[in-house]
Design a protein around this ligand. Sequence first.
Ligand code: SAH
Length: 263
Amino acid sequence: MKIRPKKSLGQNFLKDNNILDLIIKLGDIKSKNTVIEIGPGTGNLTNEIIKKNPLKLIVIEKDNELAKNLKIKFKENIKLINQDILKIKDEDLVNENMIIFGNLPYNISTQILINWIRISNLKNYCKRFILLFQKEVADRIIAEENSNKYGRLSILSSWKFNIKKIIDINPNSFYPIPKVKSSLLVFEPKQKHHNLINPKNLEHVTNIFFNQRRKMIKKPLKILFENFEQVATSLSLDLKLRPQNIKNSTYYKICSIYEKSLK
Ligand code: SAH
């Protein structure tokens, strides 16, 4: 069957068997795991997942043509959802002992990540995510403070996840060959994380800070708090620092103070 890859759906199929093997190894699939594969495409990885005999394999593919082919190829071995992942309520996908794989357009991977971060008790369900990102995005996710790449994405992700970068992947590993490098990341939910009332508050707080990442933090603090000087003192924050100089644990504390101020 001839597949014409669609650029609009970010279709770059992984064809490098070494990388496919590595992804499967990282997944560490056991017979009790429910596996979710987002954007299976032509099913290269799907094929390998099935060999590991998970309890259940749910695949979510937006492209109608690819979805039809997947159904023919894998029949009863998969539960196919022919839909846009962003239109599915993530809570509906939640299963026990879940492992999630995805090689998607990078903007969708980022959105998926943020959606899953919003789910409370994620650690009770989800074992790990194995996701491919455009290298620049992966670098932003794993960045630490005092780096230009550090920002919202790093702070939000490390609130809920321990994240490990495994490897950069050469464009030649895909067909068609993309213009950018990719990186493979593994996310495991933290057993303990800073308690917040609503993750959207952390999204808001980090938005206010990093909207103007070159400005001193006095400005965003002033936007968020009437008593901004008191807040700064309580956290021993120098108002002349820039957003990128603040540790993520401090952002979680700022968010807690913000949540209290909303009451
Ligand atoms: N995982 C496969 C395919 C990667 S290409 C592989 O590694 O070979 C990206 C895949 O994501 C394509 O199959 C594309 O159709 C699918 N996709 C793109 N946007 C999507 C969305 N919003 N929801 C579900 N699938 C999507």
